[in-house]
Design a protein around this ligand. Structure first.
Ligand SMILES: Nc1ncnc2c1ncn2[C@@H]1O[C@H](COP(=O)(O)OP(=O)(O)O)[C@@H](O)[C@H]1O
Ligand SMILES: [Mg+2]
Length: 259
């Protein structure tokens, strides 16, 4: 089992790091007590497979009045009666797949569709300095919880545009973006202890309605497709240049010291 795809390990490692803890939504492995606890504390939770990707298997569960729970997966919404019954329904649905339960981030919306950010953080081969090389907003397709572009048939927007079109348009895009950059860089530095040779991360960062940033997940193999889909290739080219920067760097470093 590779550690790189283990959402629980990455969650735990980021949450354990004090300066980042306020930005990592509380998460537990899926058990009945964890469900009772998180749903009563937060009213909305996200069930996700520990080794999932591309928005597959994500289920939002909300408390919806007395003894009633609302489930939202793909573009389907259903209501169930009873906590026990709801848990059993989810258990049957997920089968033997390992799942965790996460506090839901109450994300701002654009025309009723929530959005979150994809942030690319990179370092050069011989460097310890991380840099945010690209960032965009993923708007979920209509009727979906997940913002994964392919699955929800969503939209990609520049972060500033997304904020200005959204329900948090009263907040400053500049200060939100610098908060996002700061916690993204902190995450990359922290994850280096777990993945010492790794040089790129693609973080899913959600803002809540107060503009507080939350790290939803850390990807070690972020897709380039988002940046290829944009007409403006500036960010794509910057990511690729940073990836390649290894070579020249290595060549330089192989030169004898007296050169
Ligand atoms: N805690 C959460 N609060 C709000 N939205 C979430 C949360 N967890 C996941 N999502 C939504 O679901 C998407 C997929 O979840 P994620 O944890 O990124 O798994 P995947 O590996 O499938 O991309 C996220 O990009 C986000 O849009
Ligand atoms: Mg994701």
């Amino acid at each position: 089992m590779s550690a790189t795809k283990d959402k629980w390990l990455k969650y735990w490692f980021l949450k354990k790091y004090k300066p980042l803890a306020p930005y990592v939504p509380e998460t537990r492995m899926m058990t009945k007590p964890a469900f009772w606890n998180l749903i009563s504390k937060y009213r909305h939770v996200i069930f996700k497979p520990v080794r999932g990707s591309r928005g597959r298997g994500i289920i939002q569960v909300s408390s919806a009045g007395v003894n009633t729970y609302a489930l939202h997966f793909e573009n389907i919404k259903i209501k169930l009666q009873g906590k026990e019954n709801t848990y059993n329904y989810i258990q049957r649905k997920v089968g033997s797949t390992r799942y965790m339960i996460q506090r839901r981030v109450d994300r701002p919306t654009i025309g009723g569709c929530p959005f979150d950010m994809r942030v690319i953080i990179q370092r050069k081969e011989t460097s310890s300095t991380w840099k945010v090389t690209a960032k965009l907003a993923k708007v979920a397709g209509r009727g979906y919880v997940v913002s994964n572009n392919e699955r929800s048939k969503g939209r990609l927007l520049p972060v500033k545009t997304a904020i200005q079109k959204s329900t948090i348009r009263h907040l400053s895009p500049q200060s939100l973006q610098s908060k996002i950059d700061r916690i993204s860089l902190m995450s990359a530095r922290r994850l280096r202890a777990l993945f010492p040779h790794h040089r790129i991360y693609g973080l899913d960062v959600g803002l809540d309605l107060k503009g507080h940033p939350w790290i939803i997940e850390a990807n070690l193999f972020p897709s380039m497709s988002h940046f290829l889909k944009l007409k403006d290739r500036t960010m794509y080219r910057r990511i690729m240049a940073y990836k390649k920067s290894v070579r020249t760097q290595q060549v330089v470093n192989r030169r004898p010291l007296y050169y």
